[in-house]
Design a binder for this molecule. Structure first.
Ligand code: NAD
Length: 281
């Protein structure tokens, strides 16, 4: 079982990192959330404060998070971390750079995980020194992390069984239900999701149905909690495009993004965070 002695570093305080940090702090782990952008840290703190203010949480939860969660701009503050999860933008070059820095900052033996949506873990592992690759793994959470029980665990070629076991134990401790996927671009979850998102965009391109009607169809006929265009707006359209491009490179045209998606991004309609995307907010 996981001893209480772990300290956690979450690198990136954006949409995912801030809530990954929250669930670790709620589970009573001392947690540092690192981001070089002070505005991201302030926004993360406000977001977490607003979530904790809701009726889902008790005063004891608020006190625990207050005591356990620290925001910092300095990666060096993770020198004592035993588990570090990278949650920075879906950009291979940036992730490689930051993973190499994480390996230099932390002690050998620390578990390093990536929350990448689509980049193969074995590819990212190349950024780490060879002797650290057995403790590197994919831990793919779903948004919003504070609500979604999903945690996809993706071992890379070099990942040790002990690291897979530890990631699986963390899933249980965090109240998540693990699934396992082989290390292919997009893993299982985003190959499934982007098959739907690609087809939804094609239907609009072909004039078969409107954005609104496709969202409604998925909610009413398929029982999805949100439609594909609402989901893209939530995830953010720029991230959706990055994932499309990674999947298109790996699997070809079947995952190609639509012209409409590129145009939306060109006009700054990035989704909810921008106040407009496929829908207006
Ligand atoms: N948004 C989703 O629904 C979702 C779901 C699952 C997985 N993911 C994956 O999670 C990762 C993060 O996505 P997001 O939506 O949170 O992105 P985001 O853009 O909301 O946040 C990324 C954060 O990383 C920070 N950052 C940039 N460079 C950094 C560095 N060198 N060190 C530390 N922080 C740095 C940025 O300042 C930003 O705050 C991506 O790999 C994405 O594919 C996203």
């Amino acid at each position: 079982m996981i001893a209480g002695a772990h300290s956690i570093g979450i690198v990136g305080a954006g949409q995912m990192g801030r809530e990954i940090a929250l669930v670790f702090a709620l589970a009573d782990f001392p947690t540092w959330n690192v981001d070089p952008d002070p505005a991201a840290l302030t926004s993360a703190d406000l977001h977490v404060g607003a979530l904790l203010g809701g009726t889902r949480y008790l005063d004891t939860d608020r006190a625990r998070v207050h005591a356990r969660l620290t925001y910092t701009e300095r990666l060096a503050d993770l020198s004592g971390a035993t588990v570090v999860i990278e949650a920075i933008p879906e950009d291979e070059a940036l992730k490689r750079k930051v993973l190499a820095e994480i390996a230099t900052t932390t002690n050998p033996g620390a578990l390093i995980a990536s929350n990448t949506s689509s980049l193969p873990i074995s590819l990212l592992a190349e950024a780490l020194p060879a002797e650290r690759r057995d403790w590197f793994i994919g831990m793919h959470f779903a948004a919003p992390v504070s609500r979604m029980k999903f945690l996809e665990i993706i071992p890379g070629e070099a990942t040790a069984n002990a690291a897979i076991e530890m990631a699986t134990e963390f899933a249980a401790v965090l109240g998540k239900q693990p699934t396992f996927s082989k290390d292919v671009a997009g893993f299982a979850s985003n190959r499934l999701l982007f098959a739907l998102l690609t087809e939804a965009q094609r239907l609009v391109d072909e004039g078969v149905a409107t954005v609104e009607d496709i969202d409604r169809t998925c909610r009413l006929a398929l029982g999805h909690p949100v439609g594909p265009f609402e989901l893209m707006d939530h995830v953010s359209n720029d991230l959706a495009l990055s994932i499309h491009q990674i999947l298109e490179q790996a699997y070809g045209d079947r995952f190609a993004p639509s012209k409409a998606l590129r145009e939306l991004i060109g006009h700054g309609a990035l989704g909810r965070k921008a106040g407009r995307g496929w829908h207006n907010y």
